[in-house]
Design a protein around this ligand. Structure first.
Ligand code: ATP
Ligand code: MG
Length: 582
C-alpha cells in the first residue's frame, strides 16, 4: 500500500508544542504522530499508530517465541480481587477508581496480577497443566502524580504484561530467564541502547527483579554501574555497604557544645573547626536528621519519622519513597513543626526523637561504634561524639541518602558511575504473594497441593515509541530504526514537472510491488517544505525524484547518516529493495 501525503490524515507543525520538555515529545507532536487530549492522555494519529503497532508486533513475536500465550483482560475491573490483595488501598492516589450505576466499586487496571492469578485458578488444577506463560498487550491506567514527556509517562498507556506460573522456584527462575532473553531480543530489534539494572521491588513485594533502562539524559531513572564489575542498579535499588561495627570501649564521651547560629551543616562544620576541639570535622562526620511523615495505605493518620544520614549527603526522596513503599512520604511543613515543639528545627538530635517515641531510621553507614556530631535538641546547641549503640539506638536502617558517582560499588569491586535512563521493561520474580492471596494450588502427583509461584514481566509498549524517538532523532526530526519506522521509503516528488511527477508515481508503485512500505509525497507543496517534512517524519530512507531525472538519476538519502547517493533511476528499485532487506 502506498501512503499518499496528499490524502494522509497528517498536519505537521513548524512550532514546538509549548508543554514539551523533551525531544521525543516535541518531535512526535510536530511530526503528527500523537495529539494530546488531556494531561498524560494522548491520541495516536496514523503514523504514530503504525509505529506503535510495529513495536507491538516485535513484542508479540518474541513473547510467542518463548511460549507465551496471548489473552486479553478488560481494563475496567471490579474492586474485589484488588481488595483481596490489598492493592485497592495500597495503590493510593495512582488508582483510577469509579462507581457503576448500582454503586459498585470499579477500577481501571494499573496492572493485572490479580486477574491472571484468578483466571489460572479458574482453568487449571493439576501439576500437569504447568508451567504456563500468559500475556496481554493492553491499555493500562495510572493516575500518575506527574505525567510528563508526552507518551513517556502517560496516565493511559499501552503495556505488554506477562505472568509466569510455575510449580517450583527452579521453574520460576527458568521462566524469568526466558523473559530476560526475550526482552534482550526485543530491545535489540528496536535498535535501543539500554542497560539491565537490578531494581527495587516497590509496591509489588517479592525478590529478584531487574529493569531495562533505555539510556537517555532526559530519563527519569538514575542508574549506577561499577567501573570494574558488571554491577548495575537503579539508584533506588542501591544497597549502601555498611562499614564493620566498632568497639565501644575507650571512645570519648558525648559532649554538648554551644554552637550559636549553626542550623546548617556548613555552619556547623565551620563552627566545630574553629572551636579548638583538637581535630577537624567534615560534613561526613555530622549526622543530619531529616524529618518526614509517612502514611500507610488506607490510613488517615500521618506518622512522624526521623531519617538520619551523614551530613555531606542530601536525602534522595525517590530512594526514601522506594524504601518505605507502599507508605506515602512527605517532608514536614511549618504546621507540623509547630505541632511538635520538641522538634527544634536545625538542631534535631536522636535524643528528642527517642524521648517522644518518634521512629528513627538511619543510613547504613551509621553502625554501632560510629561517633557523630549532631543536634542537641535545643537551639544553638550540638552534641559531638554521640556514639551509635552507646548514646542512641536507631530503630533500623533506611536507604535514603543520595548515591554519588565515585561511591564504592556495593559488590566491592570498583566505584560507581551514574547515568540516566527510561524504564522500558521490568522483570520480576514475584513468588507466592498473589498465589497465596488467592490460594492458587496445583494438585501434585502425590495428591498433595503445590502452591504455584509467579513471575510478572512488563514492557512499556507506548513508552517505547517515545524511548526510541528519544534516542534516535536530530535537529531536523525523527530517525526511525527500520523495524519500527512507519514506512521503508519516503518518496519525494521534488518539482512541478509532469515527468518528475510521473516518475515519482511509477517508482512508488514499483517499490510497493517489491513489498516495501512506501510514503509518497505527491502534494503540490514546494520541495523545501517536502524535504523538511521528510526529515521530520523520519523514515530511514528518502528517495528524491527531481531535476536529476533529466540525466537519468534520482537521489537516495539515508536519514540516519545524512549520506546522499545518486542512483540511476532504472536501478533504484533493486537498490532500495536490497537496502531495506539488510
Ligand atoms: P515507573 O517507575 O516508570 O513509574 P513502574 O515501575 O511503575 O514504572 P511497572 O509497573 O514496572 O512500571 O510497569 C511495566 C512497564 O510499563 C514499565 O517498565 C514502563 O515501561 C511502563 N510504564 C509504567 N508506567 C508507565 C506510564 N505512566 N506511562 C507509560 N509507560 C509506563
Ligand atoms: Mg517498574
Amino acid at each position: 500500500m502506498i501512503t499518499r501525503l496528499s490524502t494522509l490524515f497528517l498536519r505537521t507543525l513548524r512550532e514546538d508544542p509549548a508543554d514539551a520538555e523533551v525531544p521525543s515529545h516535541r518531535l512526535l507532536v510536530r511530526a503528527g504522530y500523537v495529539r494530546r487530549v488531556a494531561p498524560g492522555i494522548y491520541s495516536w494519529l496514523p503514523l504514530g499508530l503504525r509505529v506503535l503497532r510495529n513495536i507491538e508486533a516485535v513484542v508479540r513475536q518474541e513473547m510467542d517465541a518463548i511460549g507465551g500465550q496471548e489473552i486479553l483482560f478488560p481494563a475496567l475491573l471490579p474492586r474485589e480481587p484488588y481488595q483481596t490483595t490489598g492493592r485497592w488501598t495500597e495503590y493510593g492516589a495512582n488508582l483510577f477508581r469509579l462507581h457503576d450505576r448500582k454503586g459498585g466499586d470499579y477500577l481501571l487496571g494499573p496492572t493485572h496480577e490479580e486477574l491472571f492469578t484468578l483466571t489460572v485458578k479458574g482453568e487449571y488444577s493439576s501439576y500437569k497443566d504447568y508451567p504456563v506463560i500468559l500475556y496481554q498487550v493492553q491499555t493500562k491506567y495510572r493516575d500518575e502524580e506527574r505525567p510528563r514527556a508526552g507518551i513517556l509517562r502517560g496516565r493511559e498507556f499501552l503495556m505488554k504484561d506477562s505472568y509466569s506460573f510455575d510449580l517450583s522456584d527452579e521453574g520460576l527462575a527458568r521462566s524469568y530467564q526466558a523473559h530476560r532473553e526475550a526482552y534482550i531480543k526485543i530491545f535489540d530489534r528496536l535498535g535501543l541502547r539500554y542497560v539491565i539494572v537490578s531494581a527495587m521491588s516497590g509496591a509489588m513485594g517479592g525478590s529478584a527483579s531487574e529493569e531495562f533502562l533505555a539510556e537517555a539524559e532526559t530519563g527519569e531513572d538514575t542508574f549506577v554501574r561499577s567501573t570494574e564489575s558488571g554491577y548495575a542498579a537503579n539508584v533506588e535499588a542501591v544497597i549502601t555497604p555498611a562499614p564493620p561495627e566498632r568497639p565501644l570501649d575507650g571512645l570519648p564521651p558525648a559532649r554538648v557544645l554551644h554552637t550559636p547560629d549553626t542550623p546548617t551543616i556548613d555552619t556547623l562544620v565551620g563552627h566545630l573547626n574553629g572551636a579548638g576541639l583538637g581535630r577537624t570535622f567534615s560534613a561526613a562526620d555530622t549526622l543530619k536528621n531529616v524529618m518526614v511523615k509517612t502514611r500507610q495505605p488506607g490510613a488517615q493518620r500521618w506518622e512522624l519519622l526521623g531519617v538520619g544520614i551523614p551530613g555531606d549527603r542530601e536525602v534522595d526522596m525517590k530512594r526514601l519513597e522506594a524504601s518505605l513503599a507502599p507508605a506515602e512520604v512527605a517532608l514536614l511543613d511549618d504546621t507540623d513543626f509547630a505541632a511538635h515543639p520538641f522538634l527544634v528545627k536545625g538542631y534535631i538530635g536522636p535524643g528528642s526523637l527517642a524521648d517522644n517515641g518518634v521512629r528513627y531510621l538511619v543510613d547504613p553507614r551509621v553502625v554501632v561504634g560510629t561517633a557523630w556530631a549532631t543536634g542537641a535538641d535545643q537551639a544553638d546547641h550540638h552534641v559531638v561524639d554521640l556514639v551509635c549503640g552507646r548514646d542512641f539506638t536507631p530503630d533500623g536502617t533506611v536507604e535514603a541518602a543520595e548515591v554519588w558517582a565515585g561511591d564504592p560499588s556495593p559488590d566491592g569491586a570498583g566505584t560507581l558511575v551514574a547515568a540516566r535512563g527510561i524504564e522500558i521493561g521490568h522483570i520480576f520474580q514475584l513468588g507466592r504473594k498473589y498465589t497465596d492471596a488467592f490460594a492458587l494450588d496445583a494438585l501434585g502427583s502425590d495428591g498433595k497441593p503445590i502452591r504455584i509461584t509467579m513471575g510478572c514481566y512488563g514492557v512499556g509498549v507506548s513508552r517505547l515509541v517515545g524511548a526510541v524517538a528519544e534516542q534516535s532523532h536530530d535537529a531536523h526530526g525523527l530517525i526511525w530504526p527500520r523495524e519500527v519506522a512507519p514506512a521503508d521509503v519516503h518518496v519525494v516528488i521534488a518539482g512541478k514537472d509532469a515527468a518528475i511527477g510521473a516518475a515519482g508515481e511509477r517508482l512508488a508503485i514499483e517499490l510497493d510491488a517489491a513489498g516495501l512500505r512506501v510514503i509518497l509525497d505527491d502534494r503540490p507543496a514546494t520541495p523545501g517544505v517536502k524535504f523538511a517534512d521528510a526529515e521530520l517524519i523520519g523514515v530511514p530512507t528518502i528517495l528524491v525524484v527531481g531535476r536529476g531525472l533529466a540525466s537519468g538519476v534520482v537521489e537516495v538519502k539515508d536519514r540516519t547518516t545524512g549520506e546522499r547517493t545518486e542512483v540511476p533511476v532504472d536501478g533504484v528499485v533493486a537498490h532500495l529493495n536490497e537496502l531495506c532487506a539488510k
